[in-house]
Design a protein around this ligand. Structure first.
Ligand SMILES: [Zn+2]
Length: 437
């Protein structure tokens, strides 16, 4: 039985100054977003907002009172493909939780289960139904008030699977990732109905297809504009424009299947973005951002991979991109240490260096005084749990007069797209070279 215990008692007292997710709008936009997320739906990914059961075994203990110090479990969402499922629980505050795995119990006709106990919590949801998922991996999710102050979430599985559970703040959400089959087993079926050639583990990659699929993540969106720059330009608009151009180029010139986490000005929670990349079984995940600083002279390009850091500037940046406080970033990186130790750390670092070099080279041909701020590491929530090489690029400073103005112009955006493309191509070529050694 795998047991994971995480204590998060007093470290989340400070809320971030710029919370991006107002509780009252949660249900609406998430449902709307699931409908709008055509890229994900086209690929057979099913996103849903859960209907919850006060399951028989659980509901002896009715929650008492309305106010309180207790954490409210307000919503459950999931995203699934049948080979990967992410279940996300929305919480009103920090919680202590434990997750366990149980084998099947034939005598009670119970399948293998993963269950999570959320302590000091109350179920604050309307529906009384179980959430049927039936994706080949997960049968259903049941939630109930297990005791006066424990909410239990049970995931009925089709077979025993590994899982990861972690908590993110601002707003608080508990995320459970269920691992599917090994990539080699699932690539072939996933290729059905796909126009793009897919490389299975048994085939040799063709010279042009070292990378099969990329998820590009234009940062922010909707009610979260990201950083605001000179003349009121918003980070969310620049990164979306660049992501769309880059997607087109990668598809056309490298035959890579590209999925965007958003195609329009919509708000997508950070954990959903990683979930899309995992569900798509992407080979690369690239999150695109523009940097910002109170110092108007700050300029340059930097590329990040996910790891712990003690660098103050990197922690401040991560806090801004995570829409949380610097203290949360600092505390969480140690609590999340097993998640932060990305299983693709080497690949992520390699991708980061190639992109950074390509961006600095490429933009230096077009702009004066392009500064190479280097490859760095920090705790970006959007990269936590990603199961592929993943990086976050700060393409330049939106708050710098010359960089901000340049990046709102088509020709400079095109130069940035070209440089990003080159970096991805160099990484792809190096990956093929390594595989054919
Ligand atoms: Zn950003």
């Amino acid at each position: 039985m795998a047991t994971k215990v995480v204590l998060l008692v007093s470290i989340f007292l400070a809320f971030g100054a710029n919370q991006v997710c107002a509780a009252e709008s949660k249900g609406g936009y998430r449902l709307a977003q699931a409908e709008k997320n055509k890229a994900a739906n086209e690929s057979g990914i099913f996103q849903g907002k859960a209907r919850i059961a006060a399951e028989e075994n659980f509901s002896n203990a009715e929650p008492v009172g309305t106010s309180s110090d207790k954490a409210m479990v307000t919503d459950i969402r999931f995203l699934t493909t049948g080979t990967y499922t992410r279940v996300m629980m929305d919480l009103s505050q920090a919680v202590r939780y434990e997750s366990h795995r149980l084998p099947a119990d034939a005598s009670k006709n119970l399948p293998p289960r993963i269950y999570v106990d959320i302590f000091g919590a109350r179920l604050a949801m309307n529906s009384k139904e179980s959430i049927l998922i039936d994706d080949g991996l997960l049968r259903q999710v049941r939630v109930g008030q297990f005791s006066q102050d424990v909410v239990r979430v049970v995931l009925d599985m089709t077979s025993t699977r590994n899982h990861d559970a972690f908590l993110l703040p601002d707003p608080y959400r508990l995320v459970i990732d269920i691992q599917g089959q090994a990539p080699a087993e699932v690539l072939a079926p996933a290729a059905k109905n796909k126009p793009v050639p897919v490389v299975t583990a048994k085939e040799k990659p063709s010279p042009t297809v070292g990378i099969r699929k990329i998820v590009l993540d234009p940062g922010h969106g909707g009610k979260d504009p990201g950083a605001i720059g000179v003349g009121g330009i918003a980070e969310k608009d620049i990164v979306l424009s660049i992501a769309k151009k880059l997607a087109k180029k990668l598809q056309k010139e490298m035959g890579i299947h590209v999925v965007l986490t958003r195609k329009d000005d919509s708000f997508i929670p950070l954990e959903d973005r990683t979930a899309i990349a995992n569900a798509e079984k992407a080979d690369l995940f690239v999150s695109l951002h523009m940097n910002a600083s109170p110092n108007a002279d700050a300029r340059g390009i930097e590329t990040y991979y996910l790891d712990k850091t003690t660098d103050e500037a990197a922690m401040r940046l991560a806090a801004r991109e995570n829409a949380t406080s610097r203290k949360n970033v600092s505390d969480l990186q140690f609590i999340l240490s097993d998640m932060v130790q990305s299983m693709n750390l080497e690949e992520s670092i390699s991708l980061a260096y190639r992109l950074q070099a390509s961006l600095v080279d490429g933009m230096s041909k077009r702009m004066e005084d392009v500064r190479d701020l280097g490859v760095k590491k920090a705790l970006f929530y959007v990269l936590v749990g990603a199961r592929m090489a993943s990086v976050l690029v700060e393409m330049s400073f939106i708050t710098n007069k010359s960089e901000g103005r340049a990046m709102s112009q088509e020709n400079y955006q095109d130069a940035m797209v070209e440089a990003l493309y080159e970096g991805i191509q160099r990484y792809a070529q190096a990956t093929i070279a390594a595989k054919t050694l």
